[in-house]
Design a protein around this ligand. Sequence first.
Ligand code: ATP
Ligand code: MG
Length: 175
Amino acid sequence: KSVDFHMVAKKVVDNFSLQVANHNGILRRNFDATNPIIIADEVHITNILANLVENALKYSGAKPEILVTTTDHTQGILVSVIDNGIGISKENQKRIFEQFYRVPTGNVHNVKGFGLGLSYVKKMVEIHGGSISVESELGIGTKFTIFLPRESDRVNSEESTSILKKVYKRWTQTA
Ligand code: ATP
Ligand code: MG
């Protein structure tokens, strides 16, 4: 199905704005001037972005600054979620996409989670024929970038739904 990417991304940003403000933070968006339409599953696109923004807030410092940017390309769209949070070491960057993996931050950053968000994001992005990457520096912040092709012949609702049902019970209700 066709998805108005900026409309979906704006909804996610709007939904998190108050929550970020309540943490003395600010959530900004800087979207490309174009209006990219991609062939994708709107529910999953929403979940992908929400997971990244949720993490940016969860693993933030005293004054979270989160920026969501998009750039439109011929082949597809690039989306980045950038934060000024605790950062992820090189060693851990290799593992954060594994199911149930959480960086052992102990008492320094005691936030709850299952370690499922990013593995879901990665699977969903790949099902859409896209890719995800992370750049991060400890104590400085993190930038997640995803590429979503404009039109993917790999979008497969059945495949995504069965993956969701298996592990990602949290999102099956909306999927
Ligand atoms: P869940 O998303 O299932 O509620 P979670 O947030 O722990 O739990 P993931 O979203 O998969 O799981 O993230 C895995 C780990 O990667 C996190 O536990 C955290 O240690 C690290 N991480 C993820 N995003 C960030 C970020 N923006 N800044 C710093 N660390 C991060
Ligand atoms: Mg998470």
